[in-house]
Design a protein around this ligand. Structure first.
Ligand code: NAP
Length: 289
């Protein structure tokens, strides 16, 4: 008798996550006997949880705030996860825990769909310097963008900029421009083509907050070649995106990144092609009810 596989998403908070709905629909569609659940793991519980994990779960998604910290509990990292320094997918293989990063793929696919143009030479500002920001910065760097990281804690923005400036040198990435950094107060629209929020500011229940005030200096930023992406997907239209629409900017919502990182995670766990359309349908249903 085959035993159903067991997967989860861990985070804190995690109630907002739509991973169970999307992954369970994909398992059902392909007739895979598996269940996917969400587990709220507080920062000081991560070690104890990961020690139990190996004997209980076949894999998991990792979300805020564990993407970097989880690495110390894993046996091996994929090349992407090692370079990015953050893990959002864990696969259990013969009792070993392997960390992967599918956020970069998800984010860059969403940007490719939303921008309908090349990233090469674009001036990109990334808000935040956590696990998701790492994937975004690495993806934008490899795509040849000029990047500035703005973060609440300046030291964390500097650490991230230093790490990726070093990676660029080590990997000899072409079209390199030194990654700059600053605090959220340094926000300035001058020469910004794309702004990406990777902080949790604006997530439920704080839906009337934004990490920066883009309405400030509104006349300057009323131009059509300015795009704002928020990787938060609950709510879909965050305050930052609502403000962006008000000044005529193009917007990219967080659901596309979520969909594509989830599809790649499904493929890592099952070895089968993800049923993208059913995953998209469930996501849309959940987000638009
Ligand atoms: P994380 O590793 O904990 O990083 C959070 C970042 O946001 C840090 O730079 C932190 O700054 C900053 N931050 C936190 N609270 C803040 C506040 N009140 N004001 C200003 N800055 C604040 O989290 P993560 O894993 O990167 O996730 C971040 C967000 O992205 C979450 O909302 C998550 O759900 C979303 N996400 C979405 C997708 C998707 O597929 N759409 C994928 C990944 C993540 P400090 O350095 O100062 O602490």
């Amino acid at each position: 008798m085959s035993v159903a596989k067991k997967y989860c998403v861990i985070g804190h908070p995690v109630a907002h996550s739509l991973s169970p709905e999307v992954q369970n629909a994909a398992f059902e569609k392909l007739g895979i006997e598996a269940v996917f659940e969400k587990v709220d793991v507080q920062p000081d519980e991560l070690g104890a949880f990961m020690h139990r994990f190996r004997s209980v779960y076949d894999g998991c998604n990792v979300t805020i705030p564990h993407k970097e910290k989880v690495i110390e509990y894993l046996d091996e990292l994929s090349d992407d996860a090692r370079l990015i320094g953050a893990v959002n997918v864990v696969v259990t293989e013969n009792g070993r825990l392997i960390g992967h990063n599918t956020d970069r793929y998800g984010a860059m696919t969403a940007l490719a769909e939303g921008l309908c143009g090349k990233m090469n030479g674009k001036n990109v500002i990334v808000l935040g310097a956590g696990g998701a920001a790492r994937a975004l910065v690495y993806g934008c760097l490899r795509a040849g963008a000029n990047i500035t990281i703005l973060n609440r804690t300046l030291a964390n923005a500097k650490t991230l900029a230093d790490a990726f400036n070093q990676i660029r040198k080590d990997e000899n990435i072409e079209n390199f421009h030194v990654i700059k950094y600053g605090s959220l107060d340094d926000w300035n629209v001058e020469q910004c083509d794309l702004l990406v929020n990777t902080t949790p500011v604006g997530m439920e229940p704080g839906i009337d907050s934004a990490p920066i005030d883009i309405l400030h200096g509104r006349s300057e930023i009323s131009r059509t070649n300015f795009t704002v992406m928020d990787i938060i997907y609950r709510p879909l239209f965050t305050k930052l995106l609502r403000d962006a629409q008000e000044i005529g900017a193009k917007i990219i919502t967080g659901d596309t990144m979520f969909l594509h990182q989830a599809a790649r995670a499904f493929e890592l766990w099952t070895g089968q092609k993800a049923p993208l359309e059913i995953m998209r349908k469930i996501l849309t249903k959940e987000l638009f009810v």
